[in-house]
Design a protein around this ligand. Sequence first.
Ligand code: PMP
Length: 397
Amino acid sequence: MFEHIHAAPADPILGLNDAYRNEPNPNKINLGVGVYKDEQGVTPILQAVKQAEERLLNQEETKSYLSIEGSPAYREAVQKLLFGEDHQIISKKLAQTAHTPGGTGALRVAAEFIKKHLPEATIWVSNPTWANHQSVFQSVGLEVGSYAYYDANTKALDFEALLASLSQIPEGDVVLFHACCHNPTGIDPTPEQWYQLAKLCSKQGFLPLFDCAYQGFGHGIEEDVQGIRTFLDYVPEMLVANSFSKNFGLYNERVGALTIVCETSEQAEATFTQVQRCIRTNYSNPPSHGAAIVAEILNDKQLRSLWEMELKSMRTRIHEMRSLFVNTLRVKGVTQDFSFISQQQGMFSFSGLTPDQVAQLRNNYGIYIVGSGRISVAGITHENMNPLCDAIAAILK
Ligand code: PMP
């Protein structure tokens, strides 16, 4: 029965991790997958998470199933973080949230929901976008289109082209936006540009789906969801897929959520029952531990301020590495202008390195970055800065 089945190609990002593990070069550097590393090159467990886990271990009384949509404490905490405590979306009960296994789980549930209930819709993603977006949506049979976003010449957002692209998208389609820290470019719209995008969305009548995987890694917890909140002033319906993998460092606990916003609370309740159906026939109900940690932290004053401090220190370290990277390349004699890297937000930088240069870094120096030239700045440390910049300087000569 299985003889006709051939091996699938390696995942462009996770496959790189496997190749890195097998790399014999003792000085190898992994800047592929988007995982935060501290100055010691370690992906730490946050103190806030450790303390929350201690409490949970003492308090936990059962391992019985959660409901399809997850625990109420978690679902409320997610909405407050995304929309702000006092937002009318919350007081008027216009949003419903389901706890999902990671941000990917949220996107997959959203994809199934869209396919089932908006079967004619095409989903539009930015060019470029996170490599898994297209695959997740195509796996349920959705048509995926792409809209203009990045200008490779200026290494910046091509806002005119973005507006022109979105103006072609018809009513009833779905448009995916990265809420912040755009993956892979690190380039986000400004507050004024979000406002223009929201107005355009309202005029065109497409449904926005926000992917929010890096809240707090860009400018700050509140600042990073300004795009979502601006849209809420202009459009009555929205989907938000968010992840706590990065901002709580809970990568392997698989914590995320899908939130659906509707025009009335009755509509939100009815629509949400269809989201619940998608979940029931997929993984039935979510895993408890990671979401319990997030809820414990967000709903406790002391743990929350500790988390905010730790998140700020991750954000600050990445910003520092960006500036140091640009300066070190200059010191090493690289004449090509890399200053755009210090303006980008979040874990990634679209370096502008070509596939050939990426291959040279890997083959000659054991430095792993994604073929598109995306560098995970969150993996750069003071220690690997010099060998990294030496190698880049050598291949650019
Ligand atoms: N969306 C984007 C833009 C991402 O970069 C990622 C993680 N790399 C995800 C979603 C998925 O997050 P998770 O690991 O929680 O599934």
